[in-house]
Design a protein around this ligand. Structure first.
Ligand code: G3P
Ligand code: CA
Length: 361
């Protein structure tokens, strides 16, 4: 069945997407069908699988190809001799790697919570879920779309594509094949394809009409989010997926957020959408002004943080807690149409938030 509808098409800029980062990973071990299923139940528009390859060339969802922190592989005696050290994108890593396991072997493992100290409530699910294939995720998304009567999108990320290509395990062809088998290969299919690398996005550009997303981290290729860089990105991609500090930089001394950078405006001028990552409810991930109390594991005011990003004009929000982000989005939209009195003038709440000092005159 070919799917395509309003959710899958590039959205109007006043309807930011809520993208469930690794599923509802604030509530379930990340990249499990349970995590994606919950994200959809909570109302997420898209679910985000990070994709790596098995030895036999099957795409599976893991944050990294090294899987000792997200599966029980380290406690599995039958795989003890698979532990090794590799250099992945210039970084030396020791552990167990998906490319050294067949799909059948990967399926014998069970997922565990990656952040057990931060999210101990999620550890009760340890050992209960398999590592899903991309195809299984697409089946889930299709079934849930039919069951709920709304089109849920999928937002896959190719992880370490050059590294996998050198092993003869390119990610792009199986990605397109899986999407094609599920009818998700048309210009309005509810799919975004993302990568930190540019080369594989450029390879994909003439091979798929699906929107492509250039990822940029706060410590990586920040040249890509200059005005010049963004114009170059626009020649092969439809959006940038940027670390949130690139949109709302934090003051180095206080950790509070300051004025928005030019990234959103410059990206929009270049014809690119802007999706930010990653919103999370816990204090540990929040700017200092939005934390509540001293405990890094406790929830802070992520609703206010989300609204700051919506004020900055972003088009999509990656989140570990889709319910909170959706509520922030709902409140933000309601406030935009609900006027308040500022200095004797009736103005939208949104305008009062963005231009508090400029309203009096
Ligand atoms: O894909 C957006 C964001 O998820 C990128 O970082 O490391 O969480 O995959 P990561
Ligand atoms: Ca990702």
């Amino acid at each position: 069945m070919r799917r395509g509808c309003a959710v899958g098409m590039l959205q109007p800029l006043d309807q930011p997407l809520v993208i469930a980062h690794r599923g509802a990973s604030g509530y379930r071990p990340e990249h499990t069908l349970a995590s994606y299923r919950l994200a959809i139940a909570l109302g997420a528009h898209y679910v985000e699988p990070d994709l790596v390859s098995t030895r036999d060339g099957v795409l599976v969802a893991r944050h990294e190809n090294e899987i000792s922190r997200t599966t029980d592989v380290a406690s599995r005696h039958e795989y003890a001799d698979r532990m090794t050290t590799k250099v992945i994108d210039g970084r030396e890593l020791s552990g167990w790697f998906t490319e050294d396991f067949t799909l059948a072997e990967i399926k014998s493992l069970r997922a565990i919570e990656r952040l057990p100290d931060l999210r101990p409530h999620n550890t009760r699910y340890d050992g209960r879920y398999e590592v899903p294939t991309f195809a299984e995720i697409l089946t889930l998304v299709e079934e849930e779309s039919v069951r709920l009567g709304r089109s849920v999108g999928v937002y896959p990320e190719t992880k370490h594509p050059s590294y996998f290509a050198e092993l003869g395990l390119s990610l792009e062809a199986p990605l397109l094949a899986d999407l094609g088998r599920h009818g998700l290969d048309g210009p309005s299919s509810p799919v975004f394809i993302q990568s930190f690398e540019s080369g594989n996005l450029q390879w994909l550009r003439p091979r798929t009409p699906l929107p492509l997303v250039q990822l940029v981290s706060a410590t990586g290729r920040v040249d890509l989010v200059t005005r010049t860089g963004l114009r170059r990105v626009a020649s092969y991609a439809d959006a940038v997926g940027v670390a949130k500090d690139l949109v709302l930089p934090r003051h180095a001394d206080t950790g509070t957020i300051g004025d928005p950078s030019a990234v959103v405006t410059d990206a929009h001028d270049a014809g690119l959408r802007v999706h930010v990552w990653t919103l999370r409810d816990e204090n540990q991930f929040l700017p200092t002004g939005y934390r509540r109390g001293e405990d890094p594991t406790q929830t802070g005011d992520s609703i206010e943080e989300t609204q700051a990003f919506l004020d900055a004009g972003v088009d999509g929000l990656f989140t570990d807690h889709p319910d909170t982000t959706l509520e922030a989005r709902r409140l933000h939209a309601a406030a935009a149409t609900s006027p308040v009195l500022v200095g004797g003038r009736r103005v939208s709440r949104r305008r009062a938030r963005v231009h508090p000092a400029g309203l009096a005159g």
